[in-house]
Design a binder for this molecule. Structure first.
Ligand code: PMP
Length: 449
């Protein structure tokens, strides 16, 4: 059974690095999972609205995915890419078929950080350039190189990062200086509500063009990286039209567009299988992780034949795309189709957003409800303002939600965004249960503030 709860406290203090944080004051010890449910050391059940940070896509220990893994474990664990393996080849073909246009070449790797690192190598090799732009407060991983791409203060060590990394102004309709409107049912109150592209998208794109003109040496741009909806930063959606216009500008400057779909991919945003499709762009490189393996270590980089051809050194990766990961990845794709999970994300996500907007009307601590499909953020504010709710209160609120049996994530610069990114199998009953818990907690907060 492993160590007792008390013993985990001791091990945490002695053997786990302090930088590895647990999110609750009374941290959870999780023993078991089934679909949208998690069970702690006392056997207490929680509705998991965070899916291990968007990593569990089709459900914890989904029977079909578990069976695929079991079958492979008993056959062959390991072979590297110096040999061929039928399941790996089968998987790669199926994954590539999910992409539009020329995005046909798949590299299998082990983590999102590794995927973005490889994407950076590909972009630099293809363009012969060094400079990279990402968005403020974006998260793209944790390594000495990728730390330059990640622009979330809390994850950045004060270390020198590779040269040529730039961060463009974050186009955030809620807390950005120009407001803006979004392209889903989630609209920002007291903001513009443009019929087509949002007028603020031009202003943010102008900032990007200033950055290109003033900080990137002419003709030296390699790539622009963006999440289709920012994840760690609290489900930040950009103003309508921003990504499309930024894409066009980047192309004009000779750079590649890299879509980080590590949180948004595999149907989670509902309308499309990939978040970039919601923005109407065709990336040059796409990075995938988390939900691709439903929690099993698997990640990928998908690109065109032309870009892959510029990568003219041998590529070797000991564990990337091993037979177990490929078996899991293939089963995940099949489950998404068989159980129509993209459609579920669209319908259940819309219902969830609508219910949250109803809650917002009666709880002024909810400053913003945003998201698409099952990629949702609830920004908590000092009631009646747009100022981020103080961290202590945000933490208490999250702890109370947990104590009532629902797990949410947190995000945003001030940890004041409740992140709702559950396994994609949740249903309307689960939403009703979550809404009732949130209502109780916000009510309690209002009365005891
Ligand atoms: N990109 C995004 C958008 C992410 O959210 C994350 C992880 N939170 C990563 C990259 C890095 O993935 P990993 O933790 O697997 O390295």
């Amino acid at each position: 059974m492993g160590p007792s709860y008390q013993k985990t406290d001791k091990i945490k203090a002695e053997n786990i690095p302090p930088a590895v944080f647990n999110i609750y004051k009374k941290p959870l010890v999780i023993h078991q999972g089934h679909m949208q449910w998690l069970f702690d050391h006392d056997g207490r059940r929680y509705l998991d609205l965070f899916g291990g940070i968007v990593t569990v896509s089709v459900g914890h220990c989904h029977p079909k995915v578990s069976a695929a893994l079991h079958e492979q474990i008993d056959t062959l664990w390991h072979t590297t890419n110096i040999y061929r393996h039928p399941k790996i080849y089968d998987y790669v073909e199926k994954l590539a078929a999910k992409f539009p246009g020329d995005l046909k070449v798949v590299y299998l790797v082990n983590s999102g950080t590794e995927a973005n690192d490889l994407a950076m190598i590909l972009a630099k090799a293809y363009t012969g350039n060094n400079d990279i732009i990402s968005l403020q407060r974006g998260y793209h991983g944790y390594s000495s190189t990728i730390m330059g791409l990640t622009a979330t203060q809390s994850y950045r060590m004060p270390l020198p990062v590779p040269s040529g990394m730039h961060h463009a102004m974050l186009p955030d309709p809620f807390s950005g200086i120009w407001g803006g409107c979004r392209d889903s049912i989630s609209q920002v109150p007291n903001s513009c509500n443009c019929p087509g592209d949002c007028i603020t998208s031009d202003k943010y794109v102008h900032q990007l063009s200033e950055l290109l003109d003033n900080s990137v040496p002419a003709g030296r741009l390699a790539a622009f990286f963006a999440e289709s909806i920012q994840g760690v930063n609290g489900a930040v959606q950009f103003p309508k039209g921003y990504i499309k216009k930024a894409y066009e500008l980047i192309k004009k400057h000779g750079g590649l567009y890299v879509a980080d779909e590590i949180q948004t991919g595999f149907g989670r945003t509902g309308d499309s299988f990939w978040g970039f499709q919601d923005h109407g762009v065709q990336p040059d490189i796409v990075t995938l992780a988390k939900g691709i393996g439903n929690g099993f270590p698997l990640a990928a980089v998908v690109t065109t034949k032309e870009i892959a051809a510029a990568h003219n050194k041998s590529y070797f990766n000991t564990f990337g795309g091993n037979p177990m990961a490929a078996a899991v990845g293939k089963a995940v794709l099949e489950v998404i189709e068989e159980e129509e999970l993209q459609q579920n994300c669209k319908e259940t996500g819309k219902y969830f957003l609508e219910q949250l907007m109803e809650l917002q009307k009666i709880h002024p601590v909810i400053g913003d409800v945003r998201g698409k499909g099952l990629m949702i953020g609830l920004e908590l504010v000092e009631p009646g303002t747009k100022q981020a709710l103080n961290m202590a209160d945000s933490t208490v609120i999250q702890e109370m939600i947990k104590d009532l049996g629902v797990l949410t994530g947190y995000g945003g610069r001030w940890c004041n965004v409740l992140r709702i990114k559950p396994p994609m199998c949740i249903n309307k009953n689960d939403v009703d249960c979550a809404i009732s818990v949130l209502d109780q907690v916000f009510d309690f907060y209002k009365k005891n503030k």
